[in-house]
Design a protein around this ligand. Structure first.
Ligand SMILES: *Cc1c(COP(=O)(O)O)cnc(C)c1O
Length: 362
């Protein structure tokens, strides 16, 4: 049975993208591959707002997220935590035997720039991790304000996860001074999972060259050396790279500003519709994500039953709450290739399914 994903990743992948993935293999050391790799750089650099190379990592985002810690942290990393993914990043740092200090906020609260400044001012830090858009609770922090603070501490390398916001809004890497910019394929890029993109500043690359224990697979120095020859360190997921080529064509055809505006418009469309039914937003006012909405289940519907109906009668699924928020929140994605028409159809289904959903037992 096939059904459409409105969970915040993985999301629906277009026929065009799937067809692109089905192209015949080429050798990853062939001139065909070098041409393909090099041809993607200008569009990727434009989307990221950077002059630095964009490395292609055959891994989900976590590979690059863990690898970045191993490349740049020599002393201590400040891990900003306000949801499931950012909480886990602290755990990953500790598993890598890195010194990591947790700067924690309630799920749904943004990372507070003043708190970051107070903590970094204590000294001893050489890196910071921030998740721009905490997908688990639909909370988007103010990256412009945060990076302004981080730039006050030149010894601190910034590692920024834009996994679920990349390509849905401007995130100008060089202008903001982001050192390590990480994103994944299965969120707003609307590709299957398995590829991550990574852009690293010169100073982060210099730091990596001086850092021991960075391993091989995610070694920035290896990525850079291979990049200079239009290649990746090991055999990449060539099918995903074809998909990326196809997606970049789509983005060029739509235009980046139009793509950003579409995400903002569809996001507001879902928010207005669901709030009008009497639900409330889960994240703090003004810090809702642009690629999904996380609603508090204030009307106490049985979200499991709702999703069952959506799947069986309407061939779509939403998310019924991440981790400890299961049953308490629900999330609806508006990222990727959605349009006014597809989101309107989705909301019609939502209304119909909700009308036959019981309230949860209290
Ligand atoms: C999905 C997601 C990740 C994890 O990506 P994987 O593909 O599972 O490695 C990390 N950060 C954010 C913000 C995400 O939304």
């Amino acid at each position: 049975m096939s059904y459409k994903l409105f969970i915040p990743g993985p999301i629906a992948v277009s026929e065009k993208t799937l067809r692109a993935m089905g192209q015949p293999m080429i050798g990853h050391r062939s001139t065909d591959f070098v041409d393909l790799y090099n041809s993607l750089q200008p569009d990727l650099q434009t989307l990221m707002g950077t002059k630095d190379p964009v490395y292609l990592s055959t891994s989900s985002a976590w590979g690059a997220m863990e690898g970045s810690l191993r490349n740049v942290v020599q002393k201590k990393v400040l891990t900003c935590m306000n949801g499931a993914f950012s909480d886990k990043w602290n755990d990953v740092a500790l598993r890598d035997d890195k010194q990591a200090t947790a700067l924690t906020f309630e799920w749904g609260q943004p990372v507070d720039p003043d708190a970051v400044r107070r903590e970094l001012a204590k000294g001893g830090y050489d890196a910071i991790t921030i998740i721009h858009n905490e997908t688990s609770c639909g909370c988007m922090s103010d990256l412009v304000a945060l990076m302004k603070v981080v730039r006050e501490f030149p010894e601190v390398i910034s590692i920024i996860d834009t996994v679920s916001s990349f390509s849905a809004m401007p995130i100008p890497k060089d202008e903001l001074g982001i050192d390590v910019f990480i994103t994944g394929s299965q969120k707003a890029l609307a590709m299957p999972p398995g590829l991550s993109l990574l852009s690293v500043s010169k100073r982060a690359l210099d730091r990596a060259a001086q850092t021991s224990g960075r391993g091989y697979y995610f070694d920035f120095v290896e990525f850079q050396k291979n990049h200079e020859n239009g290649m990746t360190p090991s055999t990449p997921t060539i099918s995903h790279i074809y998909a990326l080529q196809s997606k970049l064509e789509d983005i060029r055809a739509e235009g980046i500003p139009a793509r950003h505006a579409r995400h903002a418009r569809l996001n507001k469309m879902v928010r207005d519709h669901v709030l009008a039914k009497g639900f409330k937003m889960f994240p703090k006012d003004g810090y809702g994500s642009i690629t999904l909405n996380c609603f508090a289940n204030t009307l106490n519907y049985d979200l499991g039953a709702l999703n069952k109906t959506l799947k069986s009668k309407h061939q779509l699924v939403i998310d019924g709450g991440y981790g400890k928020l299961k049953g308490k929140t629900f999330r609806i994605s508006n990222m990727g290739d959605e349009t006014g028409a597809t989101m309107a159809a989705m909301l019609n289904s939502f209304d119909a399914a909700l009308a036959e959903t019981p309230k949860a037992a209290v």
